[in-house]
Design a protein around this ligand. Structure first.
Ligand SMILES: [Zn+2]
Length: 60
Protein backbone atom coordinates (compact mmCIF):
# COMPACT_ATOMS: atom_id res chain seq x y z
CA UNK A 1 0.00 0.00 0.00
CA UNK A 2 1.42 3.33 -1.05
CA UNK A 3 0.68 6.10 1.41
CA UNK A 4 0.37 9.67 0.27
CA UNK A 5 -1.53 12.80 1.21
CA UNK A 6 -2.06 16.35 0.10
CA UNK A 7 1.34 18.01 -0.25
CA UNK A 8 3.30 14.75 -0.60
CA UNK A 9 6.10 14.77 -3.15
CA UNK A 10 6.04 11.69 -5.35
CA UNK A 11 8.16 10.24 -8.11
CA UNK A 12 6.27 8.97 -11.16
CA UNK A 13 7.42 6.11 -13.39
CA UNK A 14 7.28 8.35 -16.41
CA UNK A 15 8.93 11.77 -16.43
CA UNK A 16 7.07 14.89 -17.44
CA UNK A 17 8.07 16.25 -20.89
CA UNK A 18 10.03 19.01 -19.08
CA UNK A 19 12.39 16.33 -17.72
CA UNK A 20 11.30 16.13 -14.07
CA UNK A 21 9.56 13.11 -12.59
CA UNK A 22 8.87 14.67 -9.20
CA UNK A 23 5.37 15.96 -8.55
CA UNK A 24 3.50 17.49 -5.62
CA UNK A 25 0.02 16.21 -4.82
CA UNK A 26 -2.35 19.18 -4.84
CA UNK A 27 -5.68 17.40 -4.63
CA UNK A 28 -6.77 14.01 -3.28
CA UNK A 29 -10.17 12.58 -4.09
CA UNK A 30 -11.63 10.25 -6.68
CA UNK A 31 -9.14 12.00 -8.92
CA UNK A 32 -5.62 12.91 -7.92
CA UNK A 33 -4.16 16.20 -9.04
CA UNK A 34 -0.40 16.53 -9.24
CA UNK A 35 1.83 19.48 -10.00
CA UNK A 36 5.21 19.13 -11.69
CA UNK A 37 7.92 20.32 -9.29
CA UNK A 38 9.99 21.77 -12.09
CA UNK A 39 7.61 23.53 -14.49
CA UNK A 40 4.48 23.80 -12.33
CA UNK A 41 2.20 22.10 -14.87
CA UNK A 42 -0.72 20.29 -13.25
CA UNK A 43 -2.16 16.93 -14.26
CA UNK A 44 -5.38 15.26 -13.12
CA UNK A 45 -5.52 11.47 -12.97
CA UNK A 46 -8.12 8.98 -11.77
CA UNK A 47 -6.84 7.51 -8.47
CA UNK A 48 -6.52 4.00 -9.96
CA UNK A 49 -4.35 5.29 -12.76
CA UNK A 50 -2.28 7.38 -10.37
CA UNK A 51 -1.63 4.33 -8.17
CA UNK A 52 -0.38 2.48 -11.22
CA UNK A 53 1.90 5.26 -12.39
CA UNK A 54 3.52 6.22 -9.12
CA UNK A 55 7.03 4.94 -8.52
CA UNK A 56 7.69 6.03 -4.96
CA UNK A 57 6.89 8.56 -2.29
CA UNK A 58 9.78 10.99 -1.89
CA UNK A 59 8.40 13.09 0.95
CA UNK A 60 5.28 12.01 2.82
ZN1 LIG B 1 7.14 19.56 -15.86
Amino acid sequence: MKEYKLGSIVMMKKAHPCGSNEFEITRVGADIKIKCCKCGHTIMLPRIEFNRKIKKIINF
